[in-house]
Structure formats: C-alpha cells, structure tokens
Ligand binder design. Sequence first.
Ligand code: TXA
Ligand code: MG
Length: 354
Amino acid sequence: MKTIIRKIRRDTGAYTEQEKEALRLAGNIIREGGLVAFPTETVYGLGGDALNPASSRKIYAAKGRPSDNPLIVHIADREALGRIVRDIPESAVKLADAFWPGPLTMILEKSDPVPRETTGGLDTVAVRMPSDPVARELIRLSGGYIAAPSANLSGKPSPTVAKYVVQDMDGRIDMILDGGDVEIGLESTIVDLTSPVPTVLRPGYVTVQMLRETVGEVQEDCTMMRDDSGQAPKAPGMKYRHYAPRGELTVVDGAREDVVNYINTQIGLLRAQNKKSGVIGTDADIERYRADVCRSVGDRGSEDTVARRLYRVLREFDDEDVEVIYAEAFDTDGIGQAVMNRLLKAAGYRVVRV
Ligand code: TXA
Ligand code: MG
C-alpha cells in the first residue's frame, strides 16, 4: 500500500488550500473505511471509523495489536457522546466540563452503535475529546467518531513526532498527517466511570489530584505502578509489554551522587564487553555520564518537558542501536506519576535502588 504523507500546521485555524484539501482527503479515507494517522495533543493516533467493525479490524492488523485490547473513540463535541454510551453519569458531566476537550479518556457503558470490534469485546467504551485542532477537524470531516490507538507498532513507544509514525506505519495505512511535534507527549489519563468509585487505569497529564478536586473520591488501579499485585489490569492494554526500546532498560533510583556513580560503574563493565550503552538523564547530571549515547529529558523541575521528551528519547536509542540503557528515576507527584508509569513499563519493572 502506498501511504500518502501530508504536512499540516497544528497551531492555526486558518489552513491553506493545500491543508484543507489534505484534511478533506483524510476525512473521506476514514469515511470509506481506510486508516489515517493524525496528531493529537497527547501522541499521534492511528484513526479509523469507530462505528465500522472492518475499520477496527484494520487498525489491529496495521499495529500488530492483540484484538482483545480495546480502542479509544475520539469525538469532537459533547452531543456525539449520547449516541455511543448507554448513560451519562453525573461524574462524566463534571469531568467533561473540567477537562474536555483535552487529555482525559472516560470509560462508560457502550450503546449498540459501537461494535465489539472497537471495544475489544467489552460492553464498555473508552471516549476522549481531544483539544488538538487538526484532530478535531478530522473527526468532524470523518463522520464524528474516530477509533484511534497510538500510531506505533504494538509494544513500541507512542510517536510524539511524525518521523516515528512514518517509521512504523509507512506502507501499512492510507495516509499520515504530519503535524510536527505534539504538546504533551504521553497518552491521555484513563478513568473508569463504570466502577462504583471512579478508578484511574492509566495516569496522564490530568492527575489523580485534579480528578479528586472535580469529582471527590477517586481510586487508582493497583496495577498502575507495579507488576507484583497478582491482578490483571483493568485496562487490557496495560498488561502488554509497552513503550519499550529494543535495548534492555533499567531504572536506577537513589540519591543523585549514588545514581551517577552506579550507572558509570555499570557502563564501564559494558564497555569491557563491547556493548553499546545509553543513559536517560536530566540536565543537571547528563554531562557526567560516560555512556555511548547520553540523552537528557530536560530539567527535573519541569515535568512537562520531561513528559514531552521521554518517548522521543526512547526511540532515539533504537535509532542508535543501543543495547543496554540506564535511566534516572523520577518523583511520582503530579505528571511525574505518568512519567514513572511509562518508564517502569518500558523497563519491564527492572529497578535498582542504590
Ligand atoms: O492519548 C491517548 O489516549 C492516545 C491518543 C491517540 O488519543 N490514544 C491511546 O490509545 O493511547 P491506546 O490504544 O494506545 O491506549 C488505549 C488504552 C489501552 O490500554 C486500552 O486497554 C484502554 O485504553 N482501554 C480502551 N478501552 C477500554 C475499556 N473499555 N475498558 C478498559 N480499558 C480500555
Ligand atoms: Mg498505545
């Protein structure tokens, strides 16, 4: 399959004629059952018509994703919600008022028009209203309901720049809209509103604290930050190896000096074995590491920057064929919780405390 690739600016409502034409083409492709990758404020999505079972099957095939892992349905306005869910609880109204459009996904009881192919066989559906202008325009032009997982091959870090969408999806889908770098860089927060108490299944830019301020009591799924709970995660996708670079990744937690010393000692051992090493650090200490490839995810104090850079850095280690990677750990307050959740999964929960 030849994949059409078109550039589009995400920061303006005033599209050029070429951009408008690209958006119309993308909308028609989705209406006719094809697949288009597009930017959102969180990560790039791989979109198909959410109400067409054949489109959802194509999404699973293009990603190489297990079909029991449900897709998120993206909508552009609140009216669209009524058609795809059985009931809109009070908590959903409050959360939508506070965080939509934006990086929050809600799990609700699905209604009949949503095929089980889209929900991975479940009776519930994940719904999100993105804020990105390109995503919103595309949803409108495609008929109102786009099913979109992140636009990476299954298991790889989600793409935050179009280059990595092209790397994974060129030749597998009909079109890619290249909107440059995304803003947030980690996938949306997922909150399940079908359980008695709203439960966070995946942490993200909208923090647990922010959710509690809006709806009161909120639980966290116990599988979110560890793998030894003995329970299956409630978001089926969270059970798979995820976000992972090809190199073996270990997170090193401890006092600053101890972390730098430990990592440099390990790098010395790797060098003796002729293994290519990498470090994920922060601005304050990155110069001190002696690995073959050292990458800073930014200033520790600016968690937004760390979130925005993490996936790109994980991908860059693959570009450079790094075999063993060490990462500094992060605080789990605020969006730091989402950063650590992704880093721990990428590391397969391999953590060294020094
Ligand atoms: O920011 C995002 O959410 C991005 C952009 C493209 O919008 N999308 C995204 O989709 O991250 P994906 O497919 O990579 O992750 C969706 C997650 C999976 O872990 C899946 O298991 C969970 O949402 N999920 C979807 N529907 C669910 C449901 N009905 N119940 C529980 N978990 C669900
Ligand atoms: Mg994903």
